[in-house]
Ligand binder design. Structure first.
Ligand code: HEC
Ligand code: HEC
Length: 396
């Protein structure tokens, strides 16, 4: 396999003022995690095999060794986000031509100790429930604050929403019940009949990766019953996400693990991405729906619902009060170090075969943010099922 090589960008996140207005601002502040590979053949660099644990795949993982590689990479993203660190702040040579991911510099040893501390805190105080995470203390800083500033009592409130939102009573909270919001959504999308007639989609446009200057060509294929293939032709190789009803894959051009299968609630998250292309099935996707308090997203008033699946995937839906369409979805996959969020913001809806489709959306996840501009959507195209399986890195 090709060795990892230097990076082209590392966003300095240090000394950032910790002011959270929206989750989007948070994701926008986190981008410098990519590492360049040297050569591209048909196989992605250092791919992880299905069923492989982090302990098997990597050289020196001693604590988080029993989790799959996708979840492990999620925890690395959570560490970076929680401390506003880049990979290189804990890893010797990350972002250079000579990375030593397995080396144990002092800060990485501290982090490993913190992993054990967090597990113990949760075990000894919260019956093993994952209540305390790196974020609980760090909130974007390597040196957690010790004393509450007087301004938190008398100044402007800084609102950091919880993952699990409180249930609201529609009679008093100024929100319709969940069923009505979902009914209005289906109507706004074009109605159940129009939705049922949409069986596949081919979308073409561009993706703008956070921290990059130029735009990359992007293509999304989706097919009932909920398959999806997203590919972005980035400069150093392709980024791809796939889901084919059984398995899901993540492929990245610039990272320490070039390709890995998704497991558990990460896999279910990929399934939700596919379902969102065919929104008629969203209601059934979740076992329970909860209505919570209305809010604002990107300056628009929204009704907020939370859905939970039988296996515990949690997702928050922000429905535009005026149009009834989706303005935002945040879905949370589980990891041993806390929930791993993915946020999609939608705008510029236009009808395609009588169904409203967002021509602009932003896909923010723990290792990057892509801003998509769709130029063309073709409905009911014929797409080979093979496209939704394991992706192949393009030849260079
Ligand atoms: C706060 C410190 C910290 C940050 C930031 C961090 N890591 Fe780690 N990383 C660790 C620790 C600790 C381990 C070892 C975990 C264990 O032993 O269970 C590790 C292990 C790894 C390994 C396994 C290496 C091997 O062969 O043993 C890889 C790969 C890795 N990290 C990648 C990343 C990437 C990519 C990023 C940036 C997105 C990142 N890490 C950010 C602390 C960090
Ligand atoms: C209970 C609160 C708490 C939690 C939870 C916590 N930390 Fe910390 N951490 C601290 C404190 C306090 C310090 C600073 C210690 C000092 O200044 O001596 C620190 C320091 C660190 C440092 C050293 C930072 C530096 O400046 O070099 C790293 C790395 C770190 N933590 C990683 C983590 C990771 C990763 C997690 C989650 C697995 C985590 N911490 C969870 C309280 C916490």
């Amino acid at each position: 396999m090709s060795p990892e090589r230097g990076t082209r960008r590392e966003t300095s996140l240090k000394n950032k003022l910790l002011v959270f207005t929206t989750a989007a601002a948070f994701f926008a502040s986190f981008g410098g995690v990519y590492h360049q590979g040297t050569a591209f053949g048909q196989a992605a660099p250092n791919p992880a095999k299905p069923g492989e644990t982090a302990g098997q795949h990597f050289k020196n993982v001693t604590v988080l060794k029993n989790i799959p590689v996708d979840e492990f990479m999620g925890t690395m993203g959570l560490f970076s986000a929680a401390l506003s660190f880049c990979c290189k702040d804990c890893h010797t040579g990350a972002g250079t031509s000579d990375p030593h991911w397995e080396a144990d510099p002092p800060r990485k040893i501290t982090a490993r100790r913190m992993v054990q501390m967090v597990a113990n805190i949760n075990k000894e105080n919260f019956n093993g429930a994952q209540v305390v995470t790196c974020w609980t203390c760090h909130r974007g800083s390597p040196n957690p604050a010790i004393t509450p500033p007087i301004d938190t009592i008398y100044g402007d409130t800084v609102y950091v929403p919880a993952d699990v939102l409180p249930a609201a009573n529609p009679a008093t909270a100024g929100t319709p019940p969940a069923d009505q919001i979902l009914d209005k959504f289906i109507q706004a999308e074009g109605g159940a009949d129009a939705l049922a007639k949409l069986t596949s989609l081919t979308e073409k446009g561009t993706s703008h990766l956070y921290g990059e200057v130029q735009e990359d060509a992007a293509e999304i294929d989706a097919k009932e019953p909920g398959y999806i293939y997203t590919v972005v032709h980035q400069r150093e190789g392709d980024l791809a996400r796939t889901y084919n009803g059984r398995e899901a894959w993540m492929m990245l051009p610039l990272t320490v693990v070039g390709q890995y299968p998704l497991n558990g609630s990460m896999l279910e998250g990929a399934k939700l991405d596919a379902q969102l292309e065919f929104p008629g099935g969203i209601r059934q996707f979740f076992r329970t729906w909860k209505v919570t308090f209305p809010s604002m997203v990107n300056g628009r008033a929204v009704y907020v619902l939370q859905g939970t699946t039988a296996t515990g995937l949690l997702a928050t839906f922000y429905f535009d009060r005026q149009t009834g369409l989706l303005d935002r979805v945040i879905r949370y996959s589980n990891s041993t170090m806390g929930r791993v969020p993915t946020q999609i913001d939608y705008s510029n809806y236009k009808p395609v075969n009588g169904v409203m489709m967002a021509y602009n959306f932003t896909y923010g996840w723990i290792s990057g943010q892509e801003i998509y501009t769709i130029k063309e959507i073709q409905p009911n195209t014929s797409i080979d099922d093979g496209k939704f399986g394991r992706p192949t890195q393009r030849a260079k």
